[in-house]
Design a protein around this ligand. Sequence first.
Ligand code: ADP
Length: 328
Amino acid sequence: MRPTGKLHLGNFMGALANWVKLQEQYECYFFIADLHALTTDYADTSQVATNTLEVALDFLGAGLNPENCTIFVQSQVKQHYELPLLLGMITPLGWLERVPSYKEMIENLAQKDLTTYGFLGYPVLMASDILLYQPQFVPVGQDQQAHVELTREIARRFNQFYKLGEQEVLPEPKVLLTPSPKLPGTDGRKMSKSYGNTIQMTDPEPVVRQKLKTMVTDPARIRRTDKGDPDKCPVGDLHKVFSTPATLAKVYDGCRSAGIGCIECKGWAADALVQVLNPIQERRAGFTEPQVLEILHEGSSRARARAQQTMDEVHAAMKMTLTGDTGR
Ligand code: ADP
């Protein structure tokens, strides 16, 4: 997760909530990708450290438990600077230019100059982030599958060039497709930091209620007496994710018969959101800054040790070691 701001409900439902479950079943590494924040926000780095702490608090609030998983900061694990250079040597330019999000983001973020070496190379950084832990799986949503596919291609190329005994040094990881509902923001588009349409995990109840009040609804339902359709309404989408079956049934009946108004329906959606957010916010408030720093230092240290094992194998396979066995 990139530390470009506090996390929102889309990040929670789309990723974090799954991670909380996965930590019980797998040995997991979760990191705050501060180096990736630089690929687009290189000109102003003043907020990266603050945002890193906020994201760590959001992780902990959501229920990631440092006893069950490793939580770390990418820039604190220097192997994340090291492997991209080596993998960059073997990655054809065409593979990077073909990444779907590359052209898309250059167009979407036209106000930023993204014609940089770092931005073109971010999939190599991403591949390294994954391969450093020699994982079996990467838990991502549909939108990230292309990145994992590229990671597999880079690993395959590495393994063809460089060998170390029978085992492949960089096994190709598989995608662990995690079900992730695409949550709409208050303007009806996908909830995203870049659109300014988010409900943050830290928003207090009055803010949640206010944001819901301004949220767009089924465009066909203009007057209170018009019948609506929750399947065409962003608030309906929130109900589908967060409300109980009983509330959802009331929403469908009430909206389709014009028995309820949008204000009432939004109130119920807000109730459901607040119920999800309350325990997260309480857990979050239980951590002090020194505690969070300690968790991140400790996690980064664990990640460094694991990543170094991989780097030792990478160096050995590439014969980039000073062994003193030339026989002179
Ligand atoms: P943002 O668009 O706010 O910058 P990111 O692209 O950093 O969010 O997304 C981080 C993670 O959260 C990704 O795994 C992404 O799939 C998930 N995510 C982001 N927005 C949503 C959303 N609206 N609905 C579901 N998942 C989302």
